[in-house]
Design a binder for this molecule. Structure first.
Ligand code: SIN
Length: 269
């Protein structure tokens, strides 16, 4: 149905022959299969409206409105991630989106709006392959471990203590397995990340630091990754249950603006 161009043998495929503003139900069904197989799909030259971006994302589930990240004024479902000479921010740590929620994201659909002439690529790691490559000893050790995820490390900076407490009531610490099971493929995937995971139940600080560093190294292995070079109106659509991602912080003082629709998922197990 589509022209599918794999980027590696396990993760990432560019999909050609599709108009994201006009996708039939059969095409959505095919995309769902491809998404499970390739974990992250890329599309080029999709000159569609923000409404069409939102409508496309809704075909895969309900969308969240992010309580902390700046939104597009007229489209609260779209998070705007902008970096420029004044605000040198990029999501440059390996993570899966919004793991601080009790029901974190199923998937994210990101559009390139302003792309620097060089740099600003996004890398994606196959979190299932990262798990598969762990030693049996590590797999046994991690079995049953539960990570504690907190929005504060990323979104609590510069926020007053009172406000932080108010937000804490709304967004209590989230407890998720360090190794989760993908609800559709059954794959086990590494679900720890340094952006939001601040501890592991019953584990002291030193051991937590050792475990999270080991898992981050597993994710950072280039042999399980693909890397996307953005163009204006490129889209990347990733499965947050199957991959971790990281933006490259290598384009300042140029501007980079990307806009994300985030599909709500279910409770990890
Ligand atoms: C994100 O973490 O959702 C954004 C990734 C990017 O800016 O490439």
């Amino acid at each position: 149905m589509f022209d599918v161009r794999p980027q590696t043998v396990t993760i990432g495929a560019e999909i050609h022959g599709i108009d994201l503003a006009n996708v039939s139900n059969d095409e959505i069904a095919e995309l769902k299969k491809l998404w499970l197989d390739w974990k992250v799909l890329f599309f080029r030259d999709q000159h569609i409206t923000p409404e069409a971006h939102i409508a496309f994302a809704r075909r895969f589930g309900d969308l969240e409105v992010h309580p902390f990240a700046p939104g597009d004024d007229t489209h609260p479902e779209l998070v705007v991630i902008e970096s420029n000479a004044e605000n040198q921010y990029a999501a440059s740590g390996w993570h899966s989106d919004v793991t601080w929620r009790q029901e974190p994201s199923l998937g994210s659909i990101l559009r390139g709006v302003v792309i620097p002439p060089v740099g600003g690529d996004t890398s994606f790691a196959d979190a299932g392959a990262a798990y598969d490559r762990l030693s049996d000893k590590w797999k046994d050790r991690l079995d049953g471990m539960v990570g504690i995820h907190d929005y504060v490390r990323v979104f609590g900076r510069g926020v007053s203590e009172d406000k932080r407490e108010e937000m804490r009531e709304k967004y209590p610490l989230a407890h998720h397995p360090v190794i989760r099971t993908h609800p559709e493929t059954g794959a086990k995937t590494v679900y720890s990340n340094r952006a939001f995971m601040t501890g592991i139940e019953g584990v002291g600080d030193d051991e937590f630091a050792e475990i999270s560093a080991h898992l981050e190294r597993a994710i950072m292995n280039p042999s399980i990754q693909c890397r996307f070079r953005w163009q204006v109106d490129s889209f990347a659509m990733w499965d947050n249950r199957a991959v971790q991602h990281c933006a490259s912080n290598d384009f300042f003082p140029e501007t980079r603006r990307v806009v994300r629709a985030t599909i709500i998922g279910d409770r990890p197990y």
